[in-house]
Design a binder for this molecule. Sequence first.
Ligand SMILES: C[S@@+](CC[C@H](N)C(=O)[O-])C[C@H]1O[C@@H](n2cnc3c(N)ncnc32)[C@H](O)[C@@H]1O
Length: 160
Amino acid sequence: MVERLGCDLSPIDARSEDGALSLVSCVWPDQVHRLERLRGALRLAQEHPVEVVRQGGGDFLDGLELRARHHTVVWHSVMWQYVPAEEQARMMARLHELGAASGPDRTLTHLAFEPRRLVPDGPHRFVVAATTWPGGTERVLGEAPPHGVPVRWGDPTAEA
Ligand SMILES: C[S@@+](CC[C@H](N)C(=O)[O-])C[C@H]1O[C@@H](n2cnc3c(N)ncnc32)[C@H](O)[C@@H]1O
């Protein structure tokens, strides 16, 4: 791992006491397993700090470039529905632009855990999907409950 960067419109510093408290307050007190996972994530945040800039995904991706001899992963979870349609289109266009600039020595994966309909008018299901470049082929890797675990690996569209 060379570098990790993140963005959010309202970033929370998970390393600060205030930030950690804000995040813990988002979990219902009887959701013991989620609290345990969050406390584990807060410990990781202390050990492996990540810079999270105050920026929308569109601006963030505009500033992203692929690097020679590196694999870049753009990851997001449960944020897409909050992004205005215009910014969603901009983000997808930028991902395709980066994909077109990829090559064997600078590869790209767009990895997402987001809700989508697997069949028209069907319910929204939360799937893990990865698109890799060169090529730009998307694969649905698994499905999980909205809060992320357990992931059932395998393509749920195969059974939809
Ligand atoms: C439901 S939270 C998901 C947080 C986390 N990714 C997770 O899976 O638990 C949605 C997050 O998306 C962020 N967000 C909303 N619109 C955004 C945008 N246009 N660009 C970047 N982040 C955005 C919000 O600030 C919020 O932190």
